[in-house]
Design a protein around this ligand. Structure first.
Ligand code: PMV
Length: 322
């Protein structure tokens, strides 16, 4: 049984969302994670054969027990896959007596701010549900994937699992049900993967250290980002696309102040704006990873070319709200 899930991009509110401010995220259906689960009669009870080339693992192992890894290093992705299997089996009250075979593949670059860990988790959860012949509504998939995100990221806000599981644009606040976003007028984004991996867990931990040292200043910055997300929601719903670019640029300025931008991201952002993008910012944890540029359809080829010249590892064009 095969399960799939899309990548994602955060348009407004990363980092501040961890501190309770609203954020906006969209699924990126052009890139998908895929998981297939079946029986592996040649194995022993409790064993699972995992084939996951993108995370560099292929072989027999045993299902891990749920639990969050300590420390700031990003934990092993294969442990996260096993955790997702275990969470789904527990959710359905199934035991893992029978040996299993899990094949996982993903077009979503790892550690690139595109929600690869959440998408892998949701794809695995859906594969387990399919294998057991059980339905798995989006809310349940999101809640279970959140448990797996705890393993990867320590203190996730829950936005990645929510947008990936629902597969629609969302307005999100921590500990609230995600609100689907009605897009008044479609708009085009050019995404650029900087090719520099970004470890979400350590970026989030760095922000926390700076927030602890300068709480008043950081709370103010998070408030600024939150109000940008509120204004962006209204603009998206009313189809006032022209307002979005400046809001993105403003969000990027605050992210710089928070200390999560990087030279490579700034270079990509500057090149996109110079080529005609109306707004551009980092997307996700920052430090590396993804840049997202709002672009009129006619300027897409120029913006893509500029991002490639600025050494983007890959560009993806997506239309939100089509
Ligand atoms: O880097 P990503 O795609 O995992 O996005 C992280 C978004 C943060 O706001 C920085 C963290 C979170 O849990 O919301």
């Amino acid at each position: 049984m095969t399960g799939t899930a899309p990548g994602k991009a955060i348009l407004f509110g990363e980092h501040a969302v961890v501190y309770g401010r609203p954020a906006i995220a969209v699924p990126i259906h052009a890139v998908q994670a895929r998981a297939t689960l079946g029986a592996a009669p040649e194995g022993e009870p409790g064993q699972i054969w995992v084939e996951a080339p993108e995370v560099g693992f292929s072989g027999w192992t045993r299902l891990a027990r749920p639990g969050s890894a300590a420390g700031e290093a990003d934990p092993s992705p294969v442990e996260g896959l096993l955790l997702a299997v275990r969470l789904a089996l527990d959710h359905f009250g199934a035991s893992a007596a029978e040996p299993l075979r899990l094949q996982v593949s993903s077009e979503i670059p790892l550690a690139a701010g595109m929600g690869s860990s959440a998408a892998l988790s949701v794809a695995v959860l859906r594969a387990v549900a399919g294998y057991l012949g059980q339905p798995l509504p989006a809310d349940a998939a999101s809640d279970l994937a959140f448990q797996a995100e705890l393993h990867y990221h320590g203190t996730p806000s829950g936005i990645d699992n929510a947008v990936v599981a629902h597969g629609t644009p969302i307005y999100f606040r921590k500990q609230h049900a995600p609100a689907p976003l009605a897009v008044g007028r479609p708009f085009t984004l050019v995404l650029a993967d900087s090719g520099r991996p970004s470890a979400t867990r350590s970026m989030v931990a760095g922000v926390r250290r700076r927030w602890e040292a300068e709480r008043r200043q950081f709370e103010g910055l998070f408030d600024e980002i939150g109000s940008l997300a509120v204004r962006a929601r209204a603009a998206i719903e009313a189809g006032r696309v022209v307002e979005l670019g400046p809001l993105m640029n403003e969000n990027q300025r605050v992210l710089q102040e928070i200390g999560v931008s990087a030279g490579s991201l700034e270079a990509l952002i500057a090149s996109a704006l110079l080529a005609g993008a109306t707004g551009a910012k980092l997307s996700g944890a920052g430090g590396g990873g993804l840049v997202v540029a709002l672009t009129d359809a006619r300027d897409v080829p120029a913006v893509q070319a500029a991002l490639q010249r600025a050494e983007a590892a890959r560009t993806i064009v997506t239309v939100v709200g089509e």
